[in-house]
Ligand binder design. Structure first.
Ligand SMILES: Cc1ncc(COP(=O)(O)O)c(C=O)c1O
Length: 362
């Protein structure tokens, strides 16, 4: 009998995490109560009650909030606002591959700042700042995609100081921030300096990616300018989705949903770490306290590209390329392990197969 194919490829939520019953009730109520608004065109800022709910959640005025069809969509619009071809932007290395794709589309000059387990190497950042001030630094301070790294408080404080001193924006992308399984939460960059930070969050990893609802909060002038770009692109985001998400949030479901997610995902992270300790002790890997990912640096002499076909063909294990997360080359031994959509048994099995593939390649 052939083995079940296991996928360590995409960072998708677990199907069993979706709040189907609550969401269908929210959908019914939203269409009934706000049908004439949410089946109509509207403002590019989004469905006003949702904008107000987010403003209250984030502790800002409503003119500091822009919603969009997912946060990736907003990264695209922020790119139109900030970047002229050839402009410099900084990113962590590694970083989220789809943001790299969008920055390339905007013809940005992408400068990578090496990432450590406690956040970006800020000495390296200062050396780059001495050469060039970027339009923005794109950062994922909490449970980073793809590495799992989280910034220490000291690095958060120094980073916002640098942004202030040198005069650049911090684009803080925080979809995993609410999913902390242990340890103490650190302030967001936005909380430390709302004048220099545009903070993005998404309901994709909290409710589900299907509704495509994300948002950015920050400086009202930037928000207004980006909202105009959004209007010129699609008039308004999906108000139908936003009405349902609003109704779900307004019914008070989010805190319990987040607790449910933590209870589901924390054992999956633990199972992955235990499996790595057991099966792959000579690899290096991050030990995150939350989020969707951890990352492995494969043992010396083993590249991810050489490993992938062996893992797929001999061990029924799909692995993602590591190099897509490195905008300027590198990452030959980098492997991202998304652990949320697999059970603890599958994770143990997957890591055991990974270790067997490494042995087969030696
Ligand atoms: C860091 C980061 N930003 C943005 C996104 C995209 O989120 P959304 O579904 O809100 O577009 C993801 C999704 O994986 C992500 O990991």
């Amino acid at each position: 009998m052939s083995r079940e194919l296991l996928n360590f490829t995409r960072g998708v939520p677990a199907a069993e995490s979706f709040p189907i019953a609550e969401f269908s009730r929210a959908a019914q109520k939203a269409v009934k109560e706000y049908g004439t608004t949410i089946l109509q065109y509207g403002k590019s800022f989004g469905f006003a009650p949702l904008v107000a709910w987010i403003a209250d959640w984030m502790g800002v005025e409503t003119d500091h909030v822009l919603t969009g069809n997912g946060s990736l969509n907003l990264i695209e619009f922020l790119g139109y606002h900030f970047i002229e071809p050839g402009d410099t932007v900084f990113v962590e290395v590694p970083t989220y591959d789809r943001t790299i794709t969008l920055l390339h589309r905007h013809q940005a000059n992408i400068v990578g700042i090496p990432l450590k387990a406690d956040g970006a190497d800020l000495d390296a950042l200062e050396r780059e700042l001495a050469k060039n001030t970027p339009k923005f630094f794109y950062t994922i301070p909490d449970f980073q995609n793809p590495s799992g790294a989280t910034y220490s408080l000291e690095k958060r404080q120094r980073l916002v100081e640098l942004a202030e001193t040198y005069g650049f924006w911090l684009l803080e992308d925080a979809p995993y921030r609410p999913l902390r399984y242990r340890g103490e939460a650190q302030p967001s960059l936005f909380e430390l300096n709302p004048n220099r930070v545009l903070h993005m969050l998404s309901f994709s990893k909290l409710i589900g990616p299907g509704p495509r609802v994300g948002f950015v909060v920050g400086n009202a002038d930037v928000i207004r300018a980006v909202a105009k770009i959004a209007e010129d692109t699609y008039i308004a985001p999906s108000l139908l989705s936003q009405g349902i998400v609003f109704e779900y949030l307004n019914a008070g479901h989010l805190p319990a949903q987040i607790e449910k997610l933590k209870a589901l995902y924390a054992p999956r992270l633990d199972a992955t770490l235990a499996a790595l300790d057991k099966h792959l002790p000579d690899a290096q890997y991050t030990r995150p306290d939350g989020g969707f990912f951890l990352s492995v640096t494969l043992p010396e002499g083993i590249t991810t590209e050489a490993l992938r076909p062996v893992a797929r063909e001999q061990f029924a294990l799909n692995l993602a390329s590591g190099q897509a997360f490195f905008p300027n080359g590198g990452g030959e031994r980098f492997l991202r392990l998304p652990y949320c959509a697999m059970t603890p048994d599958q994770l143990d099995d997957g890591v055991a197969r990974l270790a067997e593939a490494v042995v087969a390649l030696r």
